[in-house]
Design a binder for this molecule. Structure first.
Ligand SMILES: Cc1ncc(COP(=O)(O)O)c(C=O)c1O
Length: 409
C-alpha cells in the first residue's frame, strides 16, 4: 500500500483552539530533568498527597459489586452520589436542592465545563469568559462553534469582571457567562455580593417571555481549599432561586479529596440546564464508574473530615512560606485567602519594569531549575504575573524562593 504523507489531520475546530503556550517551558523542563538537574516543579496543579484512606476503602468495597462493574446509571448519575451532593450543598452552603432535579454527576468538573456550551448554545452564540481565566471556558466554547467575548478581569478590578460595564448589545447576545472563584490562575476570591451582582445582571439579559438570556456558570472547583473565609456558592446569593435562576455551578472532588485522577465532580443548577447537560453526557459518555460515584458519595459526606482539614493546614503552611519569601525579593503578591495557587508579580527587570512572565519563567528554569507558570500563557493581562501551585513541601517552597532570590534578574 502506498503511504501518503499526512501533514495535519486536525479539524478546523481543533486548529481554532488557543495555542498552548507552555510547550517551550515543558521541553526545557524535560531537558533539565534528563540532564539530572534537581528541578522544583511549582507548575502543576495536582495534589502531592494520597486520597484519604476512607475513600479508598469505600472504592475497594464498591468496585467488587457486580452492579457497580456494569454501565453507570445514565441521566445524571447514581442516586446515592447525587444525594450526597445535595447533603453537601445543604451542610456546607445552607442551600437546599433536589438531588434528582438539580444535580448531574460529571467526569471531573472539566467534563461539565467543556460540554456546557453543547447543551445550551447554538453555533455562533456568544460566550463571556473572564480574562484571565482557566482555559477550558474558552476551549469548550470554541469546540461548540461559539464566539467568545473576553470580560476584562484584571488587577484594577480585583481580578473580577464588572458586569455593569458590559455593553448592552453584548449582554443581550450572551448565552453563557463564566466566573471562577477561588480563581485559577489569579487566586482571587468572591463574596456573596459578587454573585448577587452577577445574577442581577444575568436576570436583566432575559426577555420578558423568557425566550432568550444568558446562563450564569460558576466554577467553584477550589471551594474547599480555604485559609481564611470559607468560599461561598452562587446559590447563596439573595437573588438566587435554583428553580428560577438560569444558573449552574460546577463542583469538583479533585482537589478537596486529592482525587484528580479519579475524575469525579458535579454540577448543581436550574433543572432545565441540568437536564440539557445530562442529555449531552448521555450521548457522548456513559458516566462515571459507579464504584467511583459510591466512593465520591462517601467523600462528600465527610467533607469536614480531619484529613481535609489537614490538607488545608498543609497548603496554608506552604503559602505562609512562599508569600513572604516572594515579597522579600520584591515580588508584589496578595496573600491568597483560598485556592490552590499564589499569583505573584514578576521581579523588576533591568529596565525597572516587572519582567515579561515568559522571559521570567524561562530564565528561572534555566538558571534556577524551578518551574512556574507564566501569566502571559493565560492572557495579556497576566503578562507580568506568574502562578505557583502549593503542591510541593514547605522546605522546597523555601528553596524555590531562594533560587529566585539568587538570580540576577
Ligand atoms: C478552575 C478549574 N476548574 C476546573 C478544573 C477541573 O478540575 P476537575 O476536572 O479535576 O474537576 C480545574 C483543574 O485544574 C480548574 O483549575
Amino acid at each position: 500500500m502506498p503511504t501518503t504523507a499526512v501533514s495535519d489531520v486536525r479539524s478546523d475546530r481543533l486548529k481554532a483552539l488557543p495555542p498552548f503556550l507552555f510547550d517551550e517551558i515543558d521541553r526545557k523542563k524535560r531537558e533539565r530533568i534528563a540532564a539530572g538537574a534537581d528541578v522544583i516543579n511549582l507548575g502543576v496543579g495536582d495534589p502531592d498527597k494520597q486520597t484519604p484512606e476512607f475513600i479508598v476503602q469505600a472504592m475497594d468495597r464498591s468496585m467488587r459489586e457486580l452492579v457497580n462493574q456494569q454501565y453507570p446509571a445514565v441521566g445524571g448519575g447514581l442516586g446515592v452520589f447525587r444525594q450526597s451532593c445535595a447533603r453537601f450543598m445543604q451542610r456546607r452552603f445552607g442551600v437546599t436542592v433536589d438531588p434528582m432535579k438539580h444535580i448531574v454527576c460529571c467526569i471531573g468538573s472539566k467534563d461539565g465545563i467543556a460540554h456546557l456550551p453543547w447543551a445550551v448554545t447554538n453555533p455562533g452564540d456568544l460566550v463571556l469568559v473572564p480574562d484571565p481565566a482557566y482555559p477550558v471556558y474558552e476551549i469548550g466554547s470554541v469546540l461548540a462553534h461559539c464566539r467568545v467575548h473576553k470580560l476584562p478581569a484584571g488587577r484594577e478590578s480585583g481580578w473580577k469582571p464588572d458586569f455593569a460595564s458590559i455593553p448592552g448589545a453584548v449582554s443581550q447576545a450572551a448565552r453563557i457567562c463564566w466566573v471562577n472563584y477561588p480563581s485559577n490562575p489569579t487566586a482571587a476570591s468572591a463574596d456573596v455580593g459578587f454573585y448577587e451582582r452577577l445574577l442581577e445582571w444575568n436576570g436583566s439579559t432575559w426577555r420578558a417571555d423568557g425566550s432568550r438570556g444568558c446562563v450564569a456558570a460558576s466554577d467553584v472547583a477550589y471551594s474547599e481549599l480555604y485559609f481564611e473565609d470559607k468560599p461561598v456558592s452562587m446559590w447563596q446569593a439573595r437573588n438566587a432561586s435554583i428553580d428560577e435562576t438560569m444558573g449552574i455551578e460546577f463542583h469538583s472532588l479533585s482537589k478537596t479529596f486529592n482525587m484528580t485522577g479519579w475524575r469525579i465532580g458535579f454540577a448543581v443548577g436550574h433543572p432545565a440546564i441540568i437536564s440539557a447537560l445530562a442529555g449531552i453526557k448521555a450521548n457522548v459518555d456513559s458516566g462515571v464508574f459507579n464504584a467511583i460515584q459510591v466512593a465520591g458519595a462517601a467523600a462528600l459526606d465527610r467533607f469536614d473530615d480531619a484529613a481535609v482539614q489537614a490538607m488545608r493546614d498543609l497548603y496554608r503552611k506552604r503559602r505562609d512560606v512562599i508569600v513572604p519569601a516572594l515579597r522579600a525579593i520584591g515580588c508584589e503578591v496578595d496573600n491568597p485567602g483560598a485556592g490552590f495557587f499564589v499569583w505573584a508579580r514578576t521581579p523588576l527587570g533591568k529596565d525597572g519594569r516587572p519582567m515579561d512572565s515568559m522571559a521570567f519563567a524561562a530564565k528561572l528554569l534555566e538558571q534556577g531549575d524551578t518551574v512556574v507558570v507564566p501569566g502571559a500563557g493565560f492572557s495579556p493581562a497576566g503578562r507580568d504575573y506568574f502562578r505557583i501551585a502549593l503542591t510541593v513541601e514547605a522546605e522546597r517552597m523555601a528553596e524555590a524562593a531562594d533560587r529566585i532570590r539568587r538570580i540576577n534578574w
